[in-house]
Design a protein around this ligand. Structure first.
Ligand code: PEP
Ligand code: MN
Length: 267
């Protein structure tokens, strides 16, 4: 059902006035994790100031170590929703288990399924039964074919509002956190009718690569870019090395817009 052979036209996912996949890039910015009301308010204000429509922030964090910050859970989602409402933004947040879905749906506009859960088939079936869009991230060891089949689980259960997100894969290369598989973008665009995002933060894991990776994503035909923004990255409770500060975000977004105009890419 996700195949282009089944449906030739692009699927457009519309949230909060943002039409993802309609031909011009969309953007999802926000902190790795929701940490406090003040933190998300500051980021929401910065996103709104750029005229953008979506904010991200993790409340249920899938951390490698059980001793690392696990997220604020439902309280975090409430904080994010409050900030988003104040600045007229839609909320993107990861849900890690079907048990949290129902309580979360009051606060989330796009449900993110994280890389570690790309083949959590019970979660895929559960998000297939909701009537909100799903942002599905590629598993760090998943092939493009496995990624497409994971999306198929969601659509086969009734939900065709799916955004695919390339977020880097594990390779022998250590210069970046993961290897951004940029060619996955046009392959996914050819093989499926779904919008395709690139997460430049978790793929590169390097602040200095966020801009060139986003340029590459847009130039190769991605429908949008995700990146992490935190008011004070140095003290962030997760992903401190790779989040942008607010002034860095300001410069980043302006540089990206300049790049798009320079090459006559549709803004
Ligand atoms: C995230 O976006 O917060 C995240 C944990 O990313 P990934 O699932 O791609 O590692
Ligand atoms: Mn992160």
């Amino acid at each position: 059902l996700v195949s282009r052979k089944k449906k030739a036209e692009d699927t457009i996912v519309s949230v909060n006035g943002e039409h993802i996949g309609q031909g011009t890039p969309s953007f999802i910015f926000g902190p790795c994790a929701v940490e406090s009301q003040e933190q998300v308010d500051q980021v929401a204000q910065a996103i709104n100031a750029k005229g953008l429509k979506l904010i991200r922030g993790g409340a249920y964090k899938p951390r490698t170590s059980p001793y690392d910050f696990q997220g604020l859970g439902l309280e975090g989602l409430k904080m994010l929703k409050k900030a988003a409402d104040q600045y007229k933004l839609g909320v993107v947040s990861e849900i890690v288990t079907p048990h949290h879905l129902e309580e979360a749906l009051d606060y989330v506009d796009i449900v993110q399924v994280g890389a570690r859960n790309m083949q959590n088939f019970e979660l895929l079936k559960a998000v297939g039964q909701i009537n909100k869009p799903v942002l599905l991230k590629r598993g760090m060891s998943a092939t493009v074919d496995e990624f497409i089949k994971a999306a198929e689980y969601i659509i086969a259960n009734g939900n065709d509002q799916i955004i695919l997100c390339e977020r880097g894969i594990r390779t022998y290369e250590k210069a970046t956190r993961n290897t951004l598989d940029i060619s996955a973008v046009p392959i996914l665009k050819q093989e499926t009718h779904l919008p395709v995002f690139v997460d430049v933060t978790h793929s590169t894991g390097r602040r200095d690569l966020l801009l060139p990776a986003a340029k590459a994503a847009i130039a190769i035909g991605a429908d949008g870019v995700m990146a992490e923004v935190h008011p004070d990255p140095a003290v962030a409770l997760s992903d401190a090395q790779q989040q942008m500060s607010l002034p860095q975000f300001d410069e980043y977004y302006d540089s990206l817009m300049k790049f798009m105009k320079q090459y006559e890419l549709k803004v």
